[in-house]
Design a binder for this molecule. Structure first.
Ligand SMILES: Nc1ncnc2c1ncn2[C@@H]1O[C@H](COP(=O)(O)OP(=O)(O)OP(=O)(O)O)[C@@H](O)[C@H]1O
Ligand SMILES: [Mg+2]
Length: 284
């Protein structure tokens, strides 16, 4: 598993290690709010899946969302970059602010804002979604060239840099079919980084992997988090959340029940619902 190791990214900033400012709930290394979700609601037919979610994520913050199956975690992530059109509420990513407007979802101005939001919020899925007919390198250069108009030589340099970061530069000419699941997911992470988004959205990025491949992906993500990549991660990997999160958010029945530093939410939850979820989770 030597290629699972990342290059030495240097020590985590002292401020991140020391935790929190006295009297403040925020880690000291985080910046201004970059993602804002306000009063977000989503119905699928009569199923009221998100029931008024408020969430703010700051620059360089790693926010991990936990909660039982069906609580609306995936729907929330998909609404943030409008893979699902929310029913009510607001989403703002890096200054691009868009109100849910299901009736006019197809209008040109709405679609343009969605495009702007997606450029800023890169999404990673359980099933990687690499292009099978393209090499690893081409998977990474395709969107920057086609969507962002980056010149090929620059796109290649960028891709090589991010492939190196996820420990897979030597696979640049390989095709996805010849990679392990863990390697595919690391390429998918490099590909998302190549668009240089303001925030990465991960939906259970290791849940489709064999257990022995999970660690290498979590290691990459943990290093990104410690480096200051802004990310929102839906995960069931509690140990990972403990290590890599600045903040853990517990969702139930489409609302945020509780949020705070991982050691508080995971070890000393304030709400009975959170405690109940964690007890059941640990008992499995
Ligand atoms: N495309 C869809 N159409 C209809 N209902 C949906 C759709 N996507 C999700 N739902 C419903 O929304 C609810 C929340 O689903 P969601 O996938 O957001 O939960 P989750 O918290 O991500 O669960 P899990 O941990 O199992 O991934 C569920 O009741 C689900 O059946
Ligand atoms: Mg889900």
């Amino acid at each position: 598993m030597t290629d699972a190791r990342l290059p030495d990214l240097g020590p985590r900033p002292a401020s991140a290690e020391s935790g929190y400012d006295a009297g403040s709930e925020l880690p000291t290394h985080v910046g201004e709010p970059i993602v804002k979700v306000e009063k977000l609601e989503k119905y699928f037919g009569s199923n009221h899946v998100l029931r008024g979610v408020d969430l703010e994520v700051r620059q360089r913050e790693a926010v991990m969302i936990i909660g039982r199956s069906g609580s609306g975690k995936t729907t929330l992530l998909r609404c943030i970059n409008f893979l699902e059109e929310p029913t009510v509420g607001w989403v703002e990513v890096d200054g691009v602010r868009l109100q849910a407007d299901p009736l006019r979802a197809r209008s040109r101005p709405h679609q343009e804002k969605i495009r702007q939001i997606r450029l800023r919020a890169g999404m990673l899925f359980q099933e990687f979604n690499l292009f099978p007919h393209m090499s690893v390198l081409d998977n990474c250069t395709e969107a920057p060239m086609r969507v962002s108009g980056v010149r090929r030589d620059e796109a290649v340099t960028r891709a090589e840099g991010y492939l190196d970061k996820v420990g897979l530069l030597e696979k640049r000419d390989e095709y996805p079919a010849r990679l392990s699941g863990g390697q595919k997911q690391r390429v998918a992470i490099a590909r998302a980084l190549c668009m240089e988004p303001k925030v990465l959205l991960f939906d259970e990025p290791t849940s489709a992997l064999d257990p022995e491949l999970i660690g290498e992906v979590l290691l990459v993500m943990e290093d990104l988090a410690h480096e200051g990549t802004t990310m929102i991660v839906v995960t069931h990997e509690m140990h990972f959340a403990q290590e890599a999160a600045d903040r853990v958010v517990f969702m139930e029945d489409g609302v945020v029940i509780e949020q705070g530093p991982p050691e508080q939410v995971l070890n000393d939850p304030r709400h009975e619902e959170t405690a109940h979820f964690l007890r059941r989770f640990l008992d499995r």
